[in-house]
Design a binder for this molecule. Sequence first.
Ligand code: 4AD
Length: 458
Amino acid sequence: DPSLPAAVRIGLDEVGDHIKLRKVDDPESKGTRVRVFGRVHRERKQKDVMFVTLRDGYGFMQVVISGQLAKTYDAVTLTRETSMEILGEMREVPAGARAPLNRELHADFFKIPKHWKAPGGDDAITNRVQADAEQAMLLDQRHLTLRGEVASGVMIVRDAVEWAFNQAYKELRFRKVSPPALVQTQVEGGATLFKFDYYGEDAYLTQSSQLYLETCLPSMGHVYCIEKSFRAEKSLTRRHLSEFTHVEAELDFITFDDLLAHIEQIMCRVLELVMDDPVVSEKIKAMNPEFKLPERPFMRMKYSEAIDWLVEHDIPNEEGKPHAFGDDIAEAAERRMTDIINRPIFLTHFPAEIKSFYMYKDPNDLRVTESVDCLMPGVGEIVGGSMRMDDYEELMAAYKREGIDPEAYYWYTDQRKYGSSPHGGYGLGLERFLAWLCKQHTVRDCCLYPRYMHRCKP
Ligand code: 4AD
């Protein structure tokens, strides 16, 4: 209808004085005429009126389509996920009815170009993505499940968390660097290396950027990176991916206590920043209604104390026997302990034999290292860190013990030759952090397109 006023283009979450609502108790009042674009998230018919929930990635808007418009072919055959351009008046929602932001758009015109339509029938999105469908099937349809509220909610929280890490590091004057993903050294053991042919030489996808971060300390101060790490994990668990996002930092001239205090500080600052964003905190609360900022200081527990705790609580090791000093605390036992204690735990001082070659030994007890795992209820380990060996001879002996050829590590070893320093750092698995924050059963739902054993698509 060309006699109608020109419409203002707005986003579905847009609010402000420039958008007036027609009042329910004053039919003479005028609402702003707007133009919106989005996809049909839900639709329902009530007699001759259609209610469409439109979605655009920033928000949702209720659209009312009535009269002749509701009788058009496009309205009658409207399917979920169809893209639409809609014009109409913004109005208050009648008492007793509910709609996002308490307003609705009464359409006077809409347009659906042919290629904007989504299929119905067998190929309808609701048939491709059933709520009770199997994980594998849902993951094959990840490009469509990502349109759902939970899947997209986790990704929106993820975006906020990544930004918050950048801001929190900036506040602490850490510098961001970008180490390579294609490498010729291992960090966390040969068993999980992805090997490939690099112009006729053996090379690997990196397991961690730690060794490279260490080389930045002498000239850049504290450094961090947010990069992909790769592990050829040969088991299917709910917390292991083949490709994950690793938030890693390295700090110079520190003590082990400084390292623990810093890890706690950065995690809490990130949570504070994320919860300060009303849109993001609402999404977190929808997925994880009991979420509270963790109590500080985090509980600290030595590995040897954890072994005693597991024995006292009759939680056996992987062979079904009582835990003993030297055992690796397996995933199931670790999670049971964390769930019972039900708060973040810094588990520290792991025996040298079960930890990585580069870890600094505790001068008060040479059996153990100055190492830490941060455990969270529901997930278990989300951070692994340590102080690093800073003595040249000791590092050479560690290579030997692990059967590593020091030649490929000359650049790492040189750090101990040209002005060594007491330093340490950590890696935090972003997907595990999110699984905890958004109360997701598996890290697979915390990345865009998960990669794990036997899955490399879509
Ligand atoms: O404990 P990790 O193996 O430690 C390192 O890689 C150190 N080099 C990091 C450092 O000090 N800069 O891994 C650190 C964290 C784990 O706590 C976990 O959150 C995550 O990385 N992680 C994984 N996340 C998903 N899938 C996997 N396969 C993971 N392996 C480790």
